[in-house]
Structures are given as C-alpha cells and as structure tokens.
Design a binder for this molecule. Sequence first.
Ligand code: NI
Length: 135
Amino acid sequence: MKVKVSRKAHFNAAHRLYRKDWDEEKNKAVFGRCNNPNYHGHNYELVVSVYGEIDEETGFVMDMKVLKNLIKVEIEDILDHKNLNIEIPEFAELNPTAENIAVYIWRKLRLHIDMKKDLEVVLYETPRNYVTFCG
Ligand code: NI
C-alpha cells in the first residue's frame, strides 16, 4: 500500500531575477518587481512529500524525524536568510526563480532519500504563487 507523507518547512531568502544579456527595459518588463537591482526577500514555504510503500515493521513510509532533519541540514541551514544570487553558487549564473529553487531543493534531497520512493517538492514563493517539481 502506497502512501504520501509530507513535511512543511520554511525559509526566508533574498533574490533578484535578471539576465546580464538583456537591457534594463527588457529585464523590468519580464521580471517586474523581482528585477529590483537592490534585491528583495520572500518568505518561502516548502512542502516536501515522499511517496512509497508503508514499511511493515515501523508503519512508516519514511521516518519524519529523518525527513525533518534532512530538510533542516540540506535546505534550511543553507538557504535561510541568504541572498540566493550572491551566496548560493548554483544561482550565480542561474536565475533563482521559484522553479529553479524547487529543482535545486529536489536534487539535493533526492540524494538522501531511498530511490524506491518518489519525491515531490512544492515551493511557495508567495501564499498564492507556488511551483511543484517531481523529478
Ligand atoms: Ni522575487
């Protein structure tokens, strides 16, 4: 029997969306308020879900203590209160959009979760805007 278990997490981070090869006008038109040259913050809400068989011995799909700690060490401790463009090497040349951050989070967590289980990352950039990545 397969069940999806989920853990919510949270981090604050600053970013700026822009392309060096576009002029100011085009950057503003495409990226809007997220193009502010002085950066700005978002309160990111994260939902990480693991889908798989219930273990017969424990009754767990995944031990939530383990998942909680994994999200803390691999994601929150790395991204919280950071400037994503400046402090996270993966976003030095890649725009830290919600889409790209969700893929980054998924890739980092995937390395530590049993491959027999499916992993889904949902990332809210605002209460109304969110993205989902399942690999
Ligand atoms: Ni933004």
